[in-house]
Ligand binder design. Structure first.
Ligand code: SF4
Length: 290
C-alpha cells in the first residue's frame, strides 16, 4: 500500500469504529442491509451494513456511493468535519444513491447530546387553558412543574386533552356524550399517545412515565372525581381511588399490546389559593428521580 492508501484505510477504519462503538448504531441500522462504496481520490473501498453494525466488505455492486478527497475523509475521521454536514450541507462528500440511504447513514455519525429520556404529561400541565376556570392557579402553564421537568433534561410530550377533544374547549358537550360513546372518543385520544409510546420505545428512548393529574375524571391516575357524572352513570361527585377514563383507555391499549412496565403517576392539580405546590414538586422529583 502507498502511504496515502494507508492513511485512507486508517481513516475509514476510525470512522467505522466510531460508528460501531455508538450504542445507537444497532438501532439506527435496523433493517438497513446495504453495500456502501467509498471513492477516495478515485480508489474504492467497500463497507456493508448487516442491519446492526458496519463491516468491511468485498468489492461488489454498491447500493450507495460516497465520493470525497482523502483530506476531507481525514477531517471527518478526526472529528473536525461532521459527516452529516459534509454530506448534506457543504457537499464535500458527494453521494450517488437515494436520499433515504444518505439520511440513514448520515444519522449513524451524528453526535448526540440528548439524554433520550421523555415523559408524557397531561395536556393542561403545559396549557392550562383547557381546564375549568377556577381549576387554574396559573396564567398559562404550571410553571414550577414544567420547569422541574425541563431542568431535569426530560423531553416533554404533551398528551391531547381528551375533554377538549370530546367535549369542546369549554366542555359544553358535558353530559351529552355518555357511556360507550364517550369512552370511544377518549380512546381515540389515547390511541394517539399509544402510538407515540410505541414509537419511542421501539427506538430505545427511556420513557420515564405518564404524568396524569389527580383527581381528574379523565387524567387522574390514583384518584378520580366525578367519573360517573361524566359517563352519565351516577350523580356522585366524590373522589374515588381509581384512574380517570382517558388513563384507563390508554392503559387498556398498552396491556393489549403486552406493555405492562410503563409507570403511571400523577400529582394533584393546583387550585387558586392552595399553598402546597412545593410539596407536590418534591413528589414529582421523586417520581422522575431528580
Ligand atoms: S382532561 Fe386531562 S388534560 Fe384535559 S383539562 Fe382535564 S386533566 Fe387536563
Amino acid at each position: 500500500m502507498y502511504p496515502d492508501s494507508v492513511s485512507i484505510a486508517n481513516s475509514l477504519m476510525t470512522l467505522m469504529e466510531k460508528a460501531n462503538s455508538n450504542q445507537m448504531t444497532p438501532i439506527r441500522l435496523q433493517g438497513w442491509f446495504k453495500v456502501i462504496e467509498w471513492q477516495i481520490n478515485g480508489d474504492s473501498s467497500f463497507w456493508k451494513s448487516d442491519g446492526s453494525k458496519l463491516l468491511v466488505s468485498e468489492p461488489k455492486q454498491a447500493d450507495f456511493r460516497l465520493k470525497c478527497s482523502a483530506e476531507t475523509l481525514t477531517r471527518i475521521a478526526e472529528g473536525k468535519l461532521p459527516f452529516f454536514i459534509a454530506l448534506w450541507g457543504t457537499g464535500e462528500v458527494a453521494f450517488e444513491g437515494s436520499f433515504s440511504d444518505a439520511y440513514r447513514l448520515g444519522y449513524v455519525f451524528l453526535s448526540d447530546l440528548r439524554k433520550r429520556r421523555v415523559i408524557f404529561i397531561s395536556h393542561c400541565w403545559l396549557n392550562i387553558n383547557t381546564r375549568f376556570p377556577e381549576g387554574c392557579a396559573f396564567e398559562g402553564a404550571n410553571i414550577p412543574l414544567v420547569k422541574t421537568l425541563l431542568d431535569s433534561g426530560l423531553g416533554i410530550i404533551q398528551m391531547p386533552c381528551p375533554e377538549y377533544e370530546c367535549l369542546g374547549l369549554e366542555k359544553w358537550r358535558y353530559g351529552e356524550i355518555i357511556k360507550d360513546d364517550l369512552r370511544a372518543c377518549f380512546r381515540k385520544s389515547a390511541e394517539v399517545v399509544f402510538k407515540q409510546i410505541k414509537d419511542y420505545r421501539a427506538l430505545g428512548f427511556e420513557i420515564v412515565g405518564v404524568l396524569g393529574m389527580n383527581p381528574s375524571p379523565s387524567c387522574g391516575v390514583e384518584i378520580a372525581k366525578g367519573k360517573g357524572t361524566m359517563l352519565g352513570t351516577s350523580r356522585d361527585t366524590s373522589e374515588h381511588p381509581e384512574s380517570g377514563i382517558f388513563i384507563e383507555e390508554l392503559q387498556k391499549l398498552l396491556i393489549n399490546e403486552g406493555i405492562s412496565d410503563l409507570r403511571f403517576f400523577a400529582i394533584r392539580r393546583s387550585l387558586i389559593g392552595e399553598s402546597d405546590l412545593e410539596e407536590k414538586i418534591e413528589v414529582l422529583k421523586s417520581y422522575i428521580q431528580v
